[in-house]
Design a protein. Structure first.
Length: 123
């Protein structure tokens, strides 16, 4: 016998499936309550503030120069966590991409003529 149904718990869950018998199975799917609009960042400094509700954060380098990314404040060419490679030309879509699904603290960036596309998905 199988029982499946929809359950809304404060906008966090949207589906619970339960198989009754020798094995019980619960499948929980999160509901995304909001997605922040993307933005273009053209200066050094904090590109994403701390957000404990973030479930994914994406930063793409749109410039032709490398961009230094720090998990925390104060990114520079001597203080960084990763480097996003530059594209062949500005806005060509070939620059490095950071997709982070666990870290929810400040993300800062530094580089020569920075141009970044940033957004986050929140729960």
């Amino acid at each position: 016998m199988q029982n499946s149904g929809m359950l809304d718990v404060g906008g966090i869950l949207n589906k619970v499936s339960v198989l009754i018998g020798n094995v019980a199975s619960i499948v929980i799917s999160p509901v995304l309550s909001s997605t922040s609009s993307g933005s273009i960042v053209t200066s050094n400094g904090t590109v994403l503030s701390e957000n404990t509700l973030a479930i994914e954060r994406v930063v793409q380098n749109l410039s032709a120069n490398p961009i230094y990314i720090n998990f925390g404040a104060g990114a520079s060419n001597t203080k960084f966590s990763i480097v996003l490679q530059g594209g062949s030309a500005q806005d060509d879509g070939k620059g490095g991409i950071l997709s982070e699904q666990q870290y929810t603290g400040i993300i800062s960036a530094s580089g020569s003529s920075p141009r970044l596309s940033v957004f986050e998905v929140t729960l």
